[in-house]
Design a protein around this ligand. Structure first.
Ligand code: RP5
Length: 184
């Protein structure tokens, strides 16, 4: 459901999605859904669709060129194999693009996708996360939005604290196994 915000004349106005998640094929969805799940943890509901750089080049161009005027702030793009989607999205918009290399069925162990997304030429950056790192792409997108949204920033702080708690729980567990630790 799109969020509503109160306008000055008190009529609620629908806010469009702030993050667009795109991927080259439906076969990428299992991985790319991680970005959507992560964003929902910060109460950001992204839009999500399929765009293939090679099979739907016109659709790619239209999506990237209209993204800013449609109100998107960040685009997360994932693809496998010869993964030109993130780079070509970045070529057609000034919005920040986060690239997710996907280890797909047609991939040479993920390397083709990683290098295609990582090795962008000067002037057209793509912020590349780890292979299949869609969850981190979701967190990074939330961090970008949090620069201008204190509510998302607060949720990110809570997420960091939660991660700290999980590690400290492990520290306690490992201590009980009898290993030497003079730090804690
Ligand atoms: C890429 O080729 C897609 O992003 C996907 O990772 C991979 C395989 O696509 P399908 O053959 O499953 O459509 O373009």
């Amino acid at each position: 459901m799109p969020k509503k915000q109160q306008t000055t004349n008190n009529k609620p106005q629908t806010i469009g999605p702030l993050v667009g998640i795109v991927m080259g094929s439906e076969s990428d969805l299992e991985i790319m859904n991680g970005a959507a799940e992560m964003l929902r943890q910060f109460e950001v509901e992204p839009e999500l669709t399929i765009i293939s750089a090679h099979r739907t080049p016109e659709r790619l161009r239209e999506y990237a060129q209209k993204a800013k005027e449609r109100g998107l702030k960040v685009i997360i793009a994932g693809a496998g194999g010869a993964a030109h989607l993130p780079g070509m999205i970045a070529a057609n918009t000034v919005l920040p693009v986060i690239g997710v290399p996907v280890k797909s069925s047609n991939s040479i162990d993920g390397w083709d996708s990683m290098l295609s997304i990582l090795q962008m030429p000067y002037g057209v950056p793509v912020a590349t996360v780890a292979l299949n790192g869609a969850k981190n792409a979701g967190i990074l997108a939330a961090q970008i939005l949090a620069l201008h949204d204190t509510s998302i920033a607060g949720k990110l702080e809570a997420f960091k604290n939660y991660q700290d708690d999980i590690v400290m729980e492990s520290v306690k567990n490992v201590k009980t196994l009898g290993f030497r630790n003079e730090f804690d």
